[in-house]
Design a protein around this ligand. Structure first.
Ligand code: PFF
Length: 442
């Protein structure tokens, strides 16, 4: 089964449908959207290509790849990525668990009857730990049995299904009174707002771009190691980047008008935004409650597939590393690592403030640091070899030197700036940044 399906399966997930809308809402709407789109096109996709180059050239999973490509000391870059994957899955699984719960809540109608209190009840404490456990068990099962092919097949159905459902819901949202304010907020950028808020919008938009494209987690390096010399890296990278972005923007076109129609203040939705906005809208669908419930089951079912195809990529990099390097066998490794990730996720399941903190450390610290070193490695260590690798099988070789030049210069500069802002926020501004001491302990 193809690399491209696995990679799209990894990219398209809760990051598009859950994280993108609430990040947009919290960071000024259209200002965020503009910076995000620039971040994906100018930085995200080139960095994705850089990870493809490393993975295919080394033909081995991430940590070994850095060793193999000539500079053994760089292994730590792959290691930080693997740690980021481990870290991220711990809370990603919590949200995946909520999705499972919402399939049930759509069947019974409970999620649609009182969306806000439903979310409040299922997203914390024991119920949330329980669904986190179920999501993790499914993920472990798929990775342990090595049946990713099945999930890749499901991805084939999932991607068009997500698009159809988001388009349908967006059309419905457009009919609601108040929706137009949502569009104005989401689609009408104001340059002054962008400049005035650059210090917060920039890191948030870049973090979202990397998270959504699955770069900085060693995942794309590992997946690209399965690529053949005849595959075109630029075509694959651009396909993944564009389709992934379209799905995020579509989710924004659903959720932001809904939030405005439902009178939710921009920025106040937080991690619950999608989980409250969608069921509220489902309950209002024409045709009565049963229609809303049926659409809800399908919607959350499809999102669950999207979440699982991302989650298995996160677990897979950790397991692949241990299996390849230490000869551990697959099943116990997946079970053991999965159990450890489950334990790490318990605080996030217990209290949303922890989830926020885990997400903040992952996206503002681990990711940009891995990305920085990937850029340095490809630009200044691989150099000409990177151009050769990108060109192999691509047919658009003349663009490769421009890409490498970008990696060496402005992409590197922008990533350094993002890392610097993030470190500053993290260490120096307890009230605005993701303070290094977790909120719940402060
Ligand atoms: N890109 C996934 C999403 O947007 O939901 C999340 C993710 C999966 C991030 C795999 C990183 C990764 F390696």
């Amino acid at each position: 089964m193809g690399f491209i399906l696995a990679a799209i399966g990894s990219a398209v997930g809760l990051g598009n449908i859950w994280r993108f809308p609430f990040q947009t809402s919290a960071n000024g709407g259209a200002a965020f959207l503009v910076v995000y789109l620039l971040a994906v096109l100018l930085i995200g996709i080139p960095v994705l290509l850089a990870e493809f180059v490393i993975g295919r050239r080394a033909n081995t999973s991430a940590i070994g790849a850095f060793r193999k490509l000539g500079r053994p000391g760089w292994w730590f870059v792959g290691a930080v990525g693997v740690i980021a994957a481990f870290w991220t899955l711990s809370y990603y699984s919590v949200i995946g668990g909520w999705v499972i719960r919402y399939i049930g809540g759509s069947i019974t109608g409970g999620a649609l009857a009182a969306p806000e209190s439903y979310f409040g009840a299922i997203s914390v404490g024991l119920p949330s730990v329980g669904t986190h456990a179920i999501f993790m068990l499914i993920t472990i099962g798929i990775v342990a049995l090595g049946i990713e092919d099945g999930i890749e097949l499901a991805t084939k159905v999932m991607v068009p299904a997500v698009v159809v459902m988001l388009v349908g819901l967006a059309a419905f949202a457009a009919t609601l009174p108040g929706a137009s304010e949502g569009y104005a907020f989401f689609l009408n950028p104001n340059l002054d707002t962008i400049i005035a808020n650059a210090g917060t919008v920039l890191p948030a938009a870049f973090g979202q771009a990397f998270f959504s494209l699955s770069v900085g987690f060693s995942v794309m390096i590992t997946y690209a190691s399965y690529l053949g010399k005849n595959d075109s890296l630029p075509v694959d990278g651009v396909t993944i980047g564009i389709s992934n972005t379209i799905i995020g923007v579509l989710a924004g076109l659903v959720v932001l008008p809904l939030l405005f129609a439902q009178g939710v203040e921009p920025g106040s939705g937080g991690p619950g935004a999608v989980f409250v906005a969608i069921p509220t809208a489902l309950a209002e669908l024409p045709g009565g409650g049963l229609v809303g419930q049926a659409v809800g089951v399908v919607f959350f079912g499809v999102i669950l597939i999207a979440a699982l195809s991302s989650a298995i990529s996160l677990l897979e990099v950790v397991v692949a590393y241990l299996v390849d390097n230490y000869g551990f066998s697959r099943l116990p490794t997946a079970a053991g690592i999965g159990a450890a990730i489950f334990l790490l996720g318990i605080p996030s399941a217990w209290e949303t403030a922890w989830l926020d903190w885990f997400d903040g450390i992952g996206v503002t610290l681990l990711l940009p640091i891995t990305v920085l070193f990937v850029v340095l490695f490809v630009g200044w260590v691989l150099g000409q070899d990177a151009i050769d690798e990108l060109t192999d099988g691509s047919g658009i070789g003349s663009l490769a030197p421009i890409w490498l030049w970008g990696i060496r210069t402005f992409i590197l500069a922008v990533v350094v700036i993002v890392v610097a802002i993030n470190l500053w926020d993290l260490l120096a501004t307890p009230d605005t940044g993701y303070y290094i001491v977790p909120g719940p302990l402060r």
